[in-house]
Ligand binder design. Structure first.
Ligand code: F3S
Length: 394
């Protein structure tokens, strides 16, 4: 890699131990993937935030960095933590878990990281622009920023994202380069897509088929940002799709080369089969919405559906603290709580310890959550659209 004089000085240890260690990590990564140089980035999103995911070794690593005065150079947000950082007691998160989660948040805060823990940073004040280079970690956020915004990021691991944040740079390879953003397969969608869950089912099915290829969708005539985040999240979960294009909808779709691509068709039967294969259980004992973290539009829809109802079982809507505060002001939180639900901020059903909270079967409207809940949280899953799920617990 071509390194600048300043980068050479960092590698020689002239700027201290932490920058040297961080740059060594990024240079090694760059060399593995054939990067020619380091490039400046506009923002970072760091994964590996929940105590459930990183445990004691990860927590000690972060505390050590904070103790050694590591500071981030660019706007840096966090992936969901393991609990609601303000209302964890009311919702019933275990006390020992909370103590360790708070240690993690303190370490990040000391490094200058904005402790907004969300997989939808673009809805909560970390919005990149078209073609901006960024270093984000969480797979649905990576997919959304690459595909819907047209920013450029590889899927960073927790340590490489943290290193990028501390240096304000990332190695120039993969999806940072235009030639690597070209579609590799066409997906012709003939199924009608109504609910956000339909987009999640489509994404899950396509991810399974194409693994880590870049798809170019045709036949999706409309889709709001909530639906596109559901689509990308599920594709990144069942496959490893970090970028997709949709004809006439996403910003790079008219710029890429679509000649000579094989085509896969997805019709109503494939969507129906996906709902069936992801639903491993019956009679959910909790409904958890907001994967990826709910937007204000999604929260308002839940509030409208729950207005005047009394649920027989718990319902959570996972979101960022920023959206939760807006929902509080709009009265959506009160409506949802009066029905017996909770808006749970800063965390989600997959990274929080729901299996320790007595839940065995979870109802979700997210293809991504349906994909991960059995393995990560030992849950049976009911995967369906929001209206049917709410009927299950009314
Ligand atoms: Fe976000 Fe958790 Fe889903 S991190 S995308 S809500 S699994």
């Amino acid at each position: 890699m071509d390194l600048t004089k300043e980068e050479e000085a960092i590698l020689n240890g002239e700027k201290g131990e932490v920058p040297e260690r961080m740059l060594r990590l990024l240079v090694r990564l760059g060399e593995i993937y054939g990067a020619d140089k380091m490039i400046p980035i506009g923002s970072v999103q760091v994964a590996g935030v929940s105590y459930k995911s990183i445990g004691e070794p990860g927590t000690a690593f972060l505390e050590d960095l904070a103790y050694k005065n590591a500071r981030v150079k660019v706007l840096t947000y966090l992936n969901p933590a393991g609990m609601d950082l303000e209302n964890w007691k009311t919702i019933g998160f275990p006390k020992d878990f909370a103590k360790n989660q708070i240690r993690i948040m303190n370490a990040f805060k000391q490094m200058g990281i904005i402790v907004t823990s969300t997989c939808t940073p673009y809805l909560a004040g970390n919005l990149p622009r078209f073609r901006e280079h960024i270093a984000w970690s969480e797979s649905s956020a990576v997919s959304f920023s690459n595909s819907v915004i047209g920013a450029r990021t590889n899927r960073e691991g927790g340590p490489s994202a943290l290193a990028a944040a501390i240096l304000g740079k990332t190695p120039n390879y993969g999806l940072h380069l235009w030639e690597n953003r070209q579609p590799e397969i066409k997906i012709k969608v003939t199924a009608p897509l109504t609910y956000n869950a339909d987009f999640g089912a489509l994404g899950w099915y396509v991810g399974k088929q194409i693994k880590n290829k870049i798809p170019y969708f045709t036949g999706i005539t409309d889709g709001n940002t909530d639906q596109l985040k559901a689509l990308g999240a599920a594709m990144a979960a069942s496959g490893a799709v970090a970028l997709y294009h949709i004809e006439h909808l996403t910003p790079e779709a008219d710029l890429v080369n679509t000649n000579d691509l094989d085509t896969i068709e997805v019709g109503p039967q494939e969507i129906q089969n996906t709902y069936e294969s992801l639903s491993t259980g019956k009679n959910p004992d909790v409904i958890i919405l907001g994967c990826p973290h709910a937007s204000l539009r999604e929260i308002s829809e839940v509030a409208e559906l729950l207005h005047g109802k009394h649920l027989k079982k718990p319902l959570w809507v996972c979101t960022s603290r920023v959206m939760k505060e807006a929902a509080d002001r709009m009265g959506f939180t009160t409506t949802i709580e009066q029905a017996g639900g909770h808006i749970v901020a800063d965390t989600c059903m997959v990274v929080s310890p729901i299996e320790q909270m007595g839940f065995k079967t979870t109802g979700v409207n997210s293809g991504k959550a349906a994909n991960y809940l059995p393995g990560f949280c030992k849950q049976e899953v009911v995967f369906n659209n929001i209206r049917i799920l709410i009927k299950e617990v009314e």
